[in-house]
Write a protein that binds this ligand. Sequence first.
Ligand SMILES: Cc1cc2nc3c(=O)[nH]c(=O)nc-3n(C[C@H](O)[C@H](O)[C@H](O)COP(=O)(O)O)c2cc1C
Length: 215
Amino acid sequence: MGVRMSDSKKRTGKSQRGISRDMVMMVVALTLVTVIAATLLGLTDKVTREPILQAQREMLHRSLQQVLPVHTNSTLDETLKIKTADGIRTIYVARDAENKVLAFAWEVVAPDGYSGSIRILMGVLPDGAVYAVRITDHRETPGLGDGIVRNKPWLDFFSGKTADNVRWAVKKDGGDFDQFTGATITPRAVVKAVRKGLAFFAKNRALLLAKTVGK
Ligand SMILES: Cc1cc2nc3c(=O)[nH]c(=O)nc-3n(C[C@H](O)[C@H](O)[C@H](O)COP(=O)(O)O)c2cc1C
């Protein structure tokens, strides 16, 4: 141990440097616990990472099926990366059996939900019309803002809408989208985010078609 102890120190269990045996034992024990805990954490991460990724992939696949027309390709495996002000956006491409591009899908995030961010997957046809919208993650209040998930007619109202054929706001703000009883903040946030998603498409439509049509 290299801890030399004078006679008087032996009686007190303290080394010449004044470190008690108990202190040394405690440090050793703490180090052991830390190493074991870190090893277990690493193992757990290793064991659970693949199943978690797989589950996330399956969930995304199911959501893509809901926002895209029936298609024959694997949308998870045909993606484009487009730079936006908020970072790189992944675009999923749906094709029919003749390889024709049927629609695109991507995620938008509404930062201003009642309880924080709302994640939305939107499918858009090449002509710029919304095919369908699905909420993939939110923490809005049950019975109030969660109408964005429960209220299917409200969600279906997005289908067929373009940047110009509807007023993109809730009715309380002079638009065409319903708000919910006692809940305006949530629907307002989703409508705004989907509208922003269509603006992104309008800006990148030519690029997306150039990268996909005839490929
Ligand atoms: C506990 C509690 C939870 C609420 N949850 C939501 C919600 O999830 N979504 C929402 O739009 N409004 C929610 N509201 C209502 C909003 O505070 C607000 O009154 C309503 O959205 C109307 O907004 P407006 O005044 O902008 O029209 C909640 C209110 C309370 C007291």
